[in-house]
Design a protein around this ligand. Sequence first.
Ligand code: ADP
Ligand code: MG
Length: 421
Amino acid sequence: MNSNEIDIHKELKKYFGFSQFKGLQEQVIKSILNQENTFVIMPTGGGKSLCYQLPALIQEGTAIVVSPLIALMKNQVDAIRSLSSENGVAHVLNSSLTKTEIAQVKKDITSGLTKLLYVAPESLTKEEYVNFLKNVTISFVAIDEAHCISEWGHDFRPEYRNLKHIIKQLGDVPIIGLTATATPKVQEDILKNLDMSDATTFKASFNRPNLYYEVRTKTKNIESDIIRFIKQHKGKSGIIYCLSRKKVEAIAEVLQVNGISAVPYHAGLDAKTRAKHQDMFLMEDVDVVVATIAFGMGIDKPDVRFVIHHDIPKSLESYYQETGRAGRDGGEGHCLAYYSYKDVEKLEKFMSGKPVAEQEIGFALLQEVVAYAETSMSRRRFLLHYFGEEFDDVNGEGADMDDNVRNPKTKVEAIDEVVKL
Ligand code: ADP
Ligand code: MG
């Protein structure tokens, strides 16, 4: 099908009710409709799903969508079904299905009803499924969260490495890779592993002009420093990330004692408590969540005004993701990280138990965080450069939104050698 023959704006309105495409969506969709291998790099929330959902819905055949998380697949399938009168328009194929359910899925695909088939990468390796899919019309294969294919990504999944081999067996179908991971290394890995160096690449900017970046040296006064910061942002919503559950509990308690409404959140709390604390934050019954990185996936609170890192993150990738939860509404978002070399050593020690290859990658990623913390240049420029994007730190959007630019003399150093923590 040629993209010139269809009015994709009309289709957008018809299926999704939106009157405009977001960012690069239109170009991406045209590329897919032209049967090109396509690579999409957009920050979280950029609207990647629609890039493959819309062409899948309007093309002949079934699009296979590979996604790593069963919960996410279920959400998407439910969302697609709500757009259509036919339940069979979207299906999930995974190990939890009964024989009857599998038969129904196959029937809907064969009859041409199913436009989107979500599969976990491990299900795609099943011979029974591959044999079936070889004999039906596939419009394209979309690989969501494509960074899972790279050891340099933050979520490496070995099963992703088999995908190319399996897709080849399905015949000559276009591949769409999508990710929010913007580092050149990961991108290279994705293109190489999916054997699609010919792909048309669409990359959105990762700049978040309304976020203010700041790094402070971590001293023994960190707790009173955080309390002062929060009191200056009285009544505003914020997240404080800590490395350990123990620290989460301790900081939450210190804040409570100091009259700040805060709750802890980490994987050691039971599901009910976690859900309760998350809801309290979303409903603004509390101002602050103190959390491990377990908190945040899929949380969409538009008016988070600050994100504090009590301990440095393990990569700039995670730092970008975590700070990205601030200022989603375009309003103020203060991103404050505390930095000490002792924390770097702690993270290194953490990694030392892992396989050598993983360790080396871990150290390299951590060194970038150290360089970010210690730099005296524009932090936004540093971050965006890490993501392969050149930022004009004089005229670029948000150019004055960091501590280094506003107070050029401040130099952050790890001072553990001087002050014993
Ligand atoms: P990503 O996968 O890139 O993180 P999603 O696909 O989950 O992002 O989309 C994020 C949000 O943007 C969703 O709520 C989606 O409905 C919305 N969205 C996507 N495209 C459009 C559009 N053209 N107009 C308005 N909202 C959109
Ligand atoms: Mg997504």
